[in-house]
Ligand binder design. Structure first.
Ligand code: FAD
Length: 479
């Protein structure tokens, strides 16, 4: 047992150095980091949820579904083999489910093995604070065990937010968790909310041939992304028969025998077999009994933390989606590691200021750094270098004629201010730009580097040359 802080209660309880609540990316990495630092660690997780939302209902199933859709529809091969090309004519939910269940099973196995190799105890049940150092772990039969720890890391994530005015029936009117349990691929789908999750699923179902309508209250979607790339994405989605209704608010969703009718405040009626709400997410803090720990969540269930991920109660940390933005698996993992190191007295440097964003739409989008709009708003001059996949041999070979990579370069010190990629492999390719930015490299590194040929990575060199030629032109005019 370590530490004897405050008025900690140790009675008929099991005691650990570090107790992590939730086994998603944040909790998992926090637990393993603490175990590597030779602490006695336990993770509390509900039954059948090892790996968290990430493995069971979020990132992994959605990304596997996307892979299954791309393969079975043959969408990416149609440039080569014609618009009627399909690997399978009628893609069923069973076809898609086989792949997602296989990957989920394997991933759960990997996580269980990592936790057990590192001697992290897994306690099954729902955790609820009894006091600032003790939680009650309650299983599905209502049996409970008290567990105490010197440090506690909350990594309980989020659940889909559900507006009170909508009657979800898990069949016709669903949220993003429900989309994985649909009995059939719907002929028509209304997606309410054009955030990342909404648009990713909209693109997957559109690729399957579902007639998708996206309803979004705001006038734009993904407004944190490069405008040109969002326009390209919208063009592609429209080409897959997606209808966008921007600046529209849903007034009601009425269930009907053949599906549901979505009524918009503007008076429009949209009939569809399925309606999926993707209206944000709510922190999983309602059942944590935070008040017993001296903590409180905001109206969206989120917990505030400082730069070390400490809550208002210094021995309790919070990481991952439960603390809000950016709510990504990748950042949650790093937050978990940083929090665990701090809790164990071996602090790390904080999270890097540049975080990549990956959006797994069809086609995919990824970026790091700033957008043209942000730079313009802050009066930072920049030059743009663009490379289009259709001008790369690899682009032609794989039949991606729409992809593009855009570099935003500072004319002052030639550093990379932003990298924006659209098309095949965008989320992987982005990391080349991230490495150059992170190491303080300039556009000249990319101009001088030799890239394998034929690759999509070559797009960096082409875009860098484009930017450098534009900078040279400006310099000539200034003479
Ligand atoms: C559809 C979808 C697609 C996504 N796609 C991506 C993507 O492509 N890339 C990306 O980076 N991110 C993606 N995300 C986001 C990503 O899944 C989250 O950022 C990540 O899972 C957050 O990790 P976390 O550690 O906060 O915990 P979570 O993964 O949210 O898991 C929290 C866990 O805590 C458990 N828990 C909650 N309360 C208690 C309690 N009282 N006691 C015990 N256990 C409890 C829950 O059962 C759950 O298992 C996606 C999310 C969704 C929903």
């Amino acid at each position: 047992m370590t530490g004897a802080e405050g008025d900690r209660t140790v009675g008929l309880v099991t005691d650990f150095d570090v107790l992590v609540i939730g086994s998603g990316p944040g909790g998992q990495k926090a637990a393993i980091a603490a175990a590597k630092l030779e602490k006695r660690v336990a993770v509390v997780e509900r039954r059948n949820m090892i790996g968290g939302v990430c493995i069971n209902t979020g990132t992994i199933p959605s990304k596997t579904l996307r892979e299954a859709v791309l393969y079975l529809t043959g969408l990416n091969q149609r440039e080569m083999y014609g618009q009627s090309y399909r690997v399978k004519d009628d893609v069923t939910v069973a076809d898609l489910g086989i792949r997602t269940q296989h990957v989920i099973g394997r991933e759960v196995d990997v996580i269980r093995s990592q936790l057990s190799r590192n001697h992290v105890a897994v306690l099954t049940g729902s955790a609820r604070f009894v006091d600032p150092y003790t939680v009650d772990v309650i299983d599905e039969q209502g049996r409970d065990v008290k567990v105490s720890a010197s440090k506690i890391i909350i990594a309980t994530g989020t659940r889909p937010a559900r507006p009170d005015s909508v009657e979800f029936d898990e069949e016709t009117i669903i949220d993003s968790d429900g989309i994985l349990n649909l009995p059939t691929v719907p002929d028509s789908l209304v997606v309410v909310g054009a955030g990342v999750i909404g648009i990713e699923y909209a693109s997957m179902f559109a690729a399957l041939g579902t007639k998708v309508t996206v309803v979004e209250r705001r006038e734009r979607m993904l407004d944190f992304c490069d405008l040109e790339i969002v326009e390209a994405l919208k063009y592609h989605l429209r080409d897959l028969a997606v209808t966008f209704r921007f600046g529209e608010t849903v007034a009601a969703v009425e269930k009907r025998p053949r599906g549901a009718i979505t009524l918009l405040e503007s008076g429009k009626k949209i009939p569809a077999e399925t309606v999926m709400y993707s209206a944000g997410r709510h922190g999983m803090t309602d059942e944590l009994g935070l008040e017993a720990a001296g903590l409180a969540a905001d109206d969206r269930g989120r917990i505030s933390v400082d730069s070390f991920y400490r809550t208002a109660v210094p021995h309790i940390y919070a990481v991952g989606d439960v603390i809000g933005f950016p709510s990504l698996a990748a950042t949650s993992m790093e937050q978990g590691r940083i929090a665990a190191h701090h809790a164990c007295g071996e602090p790390l440097r904080g999270l890097s200021s540049q975080q990549p964003i990956g959006i797994y739409t069809i086609p995919e989008v990824s970026f790091i750094g700033q957008t043209e709009d942000e730079l313009t708003r802050s009066h930072v001059p920049f030059e743009v270098g663009i490379s289009r996949y259709r001008e790369l041999a690899r682009g032609q070979i794989i039949g991606d004629t729409y992809g593009m990579l855009k570099l935003l370069i500072s004319p002052e010190d030639r550093s990379l201010l932003g990298v924006h990629v659209f098309g095949t492999g965008a989320t992987e390719l982005l990391h080349i730009g991230q490495a150059v930015m992170g190491c303080g490299g300039t556009v000249d590194y990319l101009v001088d580097a030799v890239f394998n040929y034929p690759t999509l990575a070559e797009s960096y060199k082409v875009a860098a040359l484009d930017a450098v030629n534009k900078l040279r032109r400006v310099a000539k005019f200034e003479l």
